[in-house]
Structure formats: structure tokens, C-alpha cells
Design a protein around this ligand. Sequence first.
Ligand code: NDP
Length: 249
Amino acid sequence: MTSTSDRTDTTGATAARAPRSVLVTGGNRGIGLSVARAFAAAGDRVAVTYRSGEPPAGFFGVRADVTDPASLDAAFAAVEAEQGAVEVLVANAGTNRDQLLMRMSDEEFDTVLDANLAGAWRVARRAVRGMVRAKRGRIIFMSSVVGMYGSPGQTNYAASKSGMVGLARSIARELGSRGITANVIAPGFIDTDMTRELPEATQAQYKGQIPAGRFGDAADVAQAALFLADAGYVNGAVLPVDGGLGMGH
Ligand code: NDP
């Protein structure tokens, strides 16, 4: 792709910039797909990871499981060959196994921590190789409001999501001087497969606590990802996209 996008800077001037090499993990559906579409619409070259089936049409799809370092390494190599080293990483892949603490198995805890936290750490570790070489990069971690707010039945999920804050902030301190930023998006309840699985009564209860009075749209989260990819002087931040649910955390 050779097109450039128009960007408006803080003085109101419009400047063209080259398309970036973007990788979105779990970009085959839900929030990840919406993020991938937003970057593509902004003129970037976008690759997505998927685990099974077919990748979404219009994207360079690489099969990878974030719990499997070898599959990630192969995926990054394929992306680098196709569109250059990853300049913007959106570590979005995530899962949940909700259960009350007393009943939660080690397997339920480990599965969620391995995919959400260790998985995000693995993709970041692989991505910074190219970013350090290029002396620029954007890492965006998809956390959750519950990482800071807490949520009954989600001790595993909340721990994995709050862990991303320490992860991002440590990367920011370690690599900030190399032109690399690491930030966190903390979505609230977003209308995707993950939230559609909740019982209707639970959905209604959650909506009652959200100042916006509704669940968010995946496009709301995508907008925040685009902002963080553009922002050069925002580092180690947690950006809520939650209709006001978690304010103050
Ligand atoms: P979905 O369940 O719709 O999609 C999850 C995505 O992650 C899928 O693409 C899935 O791939 C991928 N994924 C899961 N486990 C792995 C793995 N081990 N390796 C690679 N890919 C994996 O979720 P959402 O779109 O709703 O959520 C996206 C992210 O946003 C998650 O990290 C989630 O925790 C977070 N989030 C979501 C909120 C919401 O309200 N929806 C709120 C706050 C945070 P596959 O299709 O193969 O299963």
C-alpha cells in the first residue's frame, strides 16, 4: 500500500504520514476487528491474528495463539515480511473463565492469566525487537475497567487486566527514551460476544451502574486505539472507554 493519510496537527495544519505497520491480536472479531478496521480506514497496513477458521476479509491474517510463543514468532515473521516490522501493536486477544473465588480451579485461573497477561507480555516482547531497532513504536494493551474496579466472579480476569497496567508502565519506563510508548485502554462493557454471553438480568444490572446508561460500541474503543497510536507524548496512561463506569480509578 503506498497511500498516505492526512493528519491534522495541534496547529490545525494537515500533514501526510506514511502508512504504519499495525498488528492487532484477536483481530478476527469483536473489539479487535473494529480496531483493525479503524486503522485500515486511517490508511495503515493492518495484520490480525486469528486462531481458527478464516481471517476477516481485507486483512493480512496470521494464525497465532498468544499462549504459544512459537506461533507468535512465526506470525510476527510473516507480518514483517508482508508489511514491515510492527510499528503499532494492539495486544487485544483475551478471554474469561468466570467463577466465584471459592469454586475457581487452578486451571480457570491459569488459563486466563496465561492468555490475557502472559499473552500480552509475549507479544510485546516480540514486537519491541523491531521497535527498538526503528526507535519508534506504539504498544496498546486492551485491559478492562474491572482490572481497577474489581468484579465478583472475575478474580482471574481482573488480576490479568490490572497486571497490564504494571506491564505497560514498566515498558514505558524501560523504552520511553527509544521513542516507544506503552499505554492501556480500559474498556467498560462493550457490546461483543463476550458481553452478549452474560445473562440478561446481569446485563441490565450493569447498565444501571453506567452513567451513559448503555453498553459501548467496539468502534468507541477503536477510536481510543487510534488516538494512542497517534499520541507521541502519552506514555504509561490508562485510558478508560467505559461511559463513566469506573471514573476515579
Ligand atoms: P471476544 O470474545 O469477542 O474476542 C476475543 C478475541 O481474542 C478473539 O479474537 C479471540 O480469538 C482472541 N483470543 C482469545 N484467546 C486467545 C488466545 N489464546 N490466542 C489468540 N487469540 C485469542 O472479546 P472482545 O472483543 O469483547 O474483547 C477483546 C478484548 O477486550 C479482550 O482482551 C477483552 O478482555 C477486552 N475487553 C472486552 C470488554 C467487553 O465488554 N467486550 C470489556 C473490557 C475489556 P478466537 O476468535 O480464535 O476465539
